[in-house]
Design a protein around this ligand. Structure first.
Ligand code: BG6
Length: 486
């Protein structure tokens, strides 16, 4: 079988990793503007890269220079979006996933009225996409929120965030939904405990209730905000669709020892918990028992259960970069994954960053999610960070990237054959951008090369890698080229 005719091929980017213009047109400081580039820290040491304290925030607020804070400069999409969208059009994109910087619309998150210059930017971007025939897929919150809300409320730990986010989301729906049918609530909502500041504005050590309780409260509040957003979107545009977005961390047991199998099962349930709440509109019993055993409490208030039930999502989207392996053996060798350390799977190769490459795991994830939720799925992030070399003639040969994508597309096709309803696929990322976990530019994901180094030097010129032409053909033939010999 082939990819369905309606299949939305495309790519995914996020505001804080591409836009730059961190202090232009009234934008406020966001949590992403505090992310420091640490060239001397090992790339697998996520704790060190993501360490946030009141001191590091103070330092970030005092500096006006984007050199050490790469997300402040991004790849200057803010000024070059027309050129970038034209390149995406040339790739043949049916869709582009992008996000809205909350702090452009509401600089502190407390304002009653939207910053007109901020929303105007997104209106222009979306109009241009409509003109080019590229369907927007908008993430409301992708690792970005006004810094003020983190400082004042410890972010999403505080229930008042539901109302503040609601105001932001409603403005997005009113002003942007005429141009966009597909929406996502929170990027990788499950990542709250892995990087609480980026995901939820929580500053570790600041919560009176303790960090673990703060993470659970933050998730509950984000789940409520998501449910409300799903309902509000339909009021403005009834045919629009709202999806959830999780990091799919499919975990295998290292051995068939029953204890390893059980450990892997629990890891998988921990990962599925987040989408369970947003798809089923209720908390799974097993997780509630787990929280109780840990002395944690979901901060339910009157009306919450009804809201969660009413505001469930229309589709399930996820990022997939690698699978993971677990064992009860404390001495097992570990390897980095997406902001996580997992046990090394001896059957898989790894990227330069240690992430294990597992195309079959994508098929497994698709089949598992579809069987569990029976909702359409959307792969909204998948790709491999790699170092690229620019040849003397300016060309960039990246067969490793083509290999990665080809192997994943073939498995995705098999999942469709197996009966999975898949709406589309957006690669991470079609254009080189700033890495989320390490703030590097040299960890490149794109089909389009951006001339900028880790320190911000470079012309920012865009050029096409070999993989650009390869992906263009995949889209043009709706995947049939995957079966042609080169
Ligand atoms: C996902 C994020 O977890 O992984 C993206 O949603 C991120 O924002 C991507 O860029 C890849 O991670 P990294 O750390 O290589 O940028």
């Amino acid at each position: 079988m082939a990819f369905p005719e309606y299949f939305l091929w495309g790519g995914a980017i996020a505001a804080n990793q591409v836009e730059g213009a961190w202090n232009e047109d009234g934008k406020g400081l966001s949590v992403a503007d505090c992310a420091v580039f640490k060239p001397n820290v090992d790339v697998s040491d996520y704790a060190a890269h993501n360490k946030v304290t009141p001191d590091t925030i103070r330092q970030a607020m005092e500096t006006r220079h984007p050199e050490d804070y790469p997300k402040r400069r991004g790849i200057d999409f803010y000024h070059r979006y027309k050129e970038d969208l034209a390149l995406f059009k040339e790739l043949g994109f049916k869709t582009l996933r992008l996000s809205i910087a909350w702090s452009r619309l509401f600089p502190t998150g407390e304002e009653e009225e939207v910053n007109e210059a901020g929303i105007a930017f997104y209106e222009e971007v979306l109009k241009e996409m409509n003109r080019l025939g590229i369907e927007p897929l908008i993430t409301l919150s992708h690792y970005e929120m006004p810094l003020h809300l983190a400082l004042e409320y410890n972010g999403w730990e505080d229930r008042r965030m539901v109302e503040k986010f609601g105001r932001f989301a409603r403005v997005c729906f009113e002003r942007l939904s005429p141009y966009a049918k597909y929406w996502l609530n929170f990027n990788e909502i499950d990542s709250i405990s892995r990087h609480p500041f980026t995901t939820a504005g929580i500053i570790p050590g600041q919560s009176k209730a303790g960090d673990e309780q703060a993470y659970l409260s933050a998730f509950h509040h984000q789940a409520l905000a998501s449910a409300q957003a799903a309902l509000d979107l339909k009021k403005v545009r009834p045919d629009a669709l709202m999806g959830c977005m999780v990091t799919k961390l499919t975990t295998y047991p290292l051995t068939c020892r029953p204890d390893d199998v059980y450990k892997a099962l629990r890891k998988n349930l921990d990962n599925l918990f987040f989408s369970d709440v947003m798809v089923f509109g209720e908390y799974p019993r097993l997780k509630l028992a787990d929280f109780k055993a840990q002395g944690l409490k979901v901060p339910f208030e009157e009306g919450d259960a009804e809201l969660l039930k009413k505001g469930t999502v229309d589709f399930v989207s996820f990022s997939y970069y690698m699978s993971m392996t677990e064992t009860t053996d404390p001495n097992a060798e570990r390897t980095p994954g997406n902001t996580i350390l997992a046990v090394k799977n001896p059957y898989l190769a790894s990227s330069e960053w240690g992430w294990q490459i597992d195309p079959v795991g994508l098929k497994t994830s698709l089949v598992e999610l579809y069987d569990r939720y029976k909702k359409p799925l959307f792969v909204v992030e998948n790709g491999m960070g790699a170092k690229d070399m620019v040849e003397e003639d300016g060309r960039i040969h990246d067969p490793y990237r083509v290999d990665y994508f080809r192997s994943h597309f073939l498995e995705m096709e098999k999942a469709i054959d197996a009966g999975v309803e898949l709406m589309g696929y957006t690669s991470w990322a079609p254009i080189d951008l700033i890495s989320v976990s390490t703030n590097q530019m040299s960890k490149r994901y794109g089909f389009i090369y951006v001339d900028q180094d880790d320190f911000g030097n470079g012309s920012l010129n865009r050029s096409k890698k070999d993989s650009f032409y390869w992906y263009q053909k995949v889209i043009e033939t709706n995947g049939r080229s995957l079966h042609e010999s080169e």
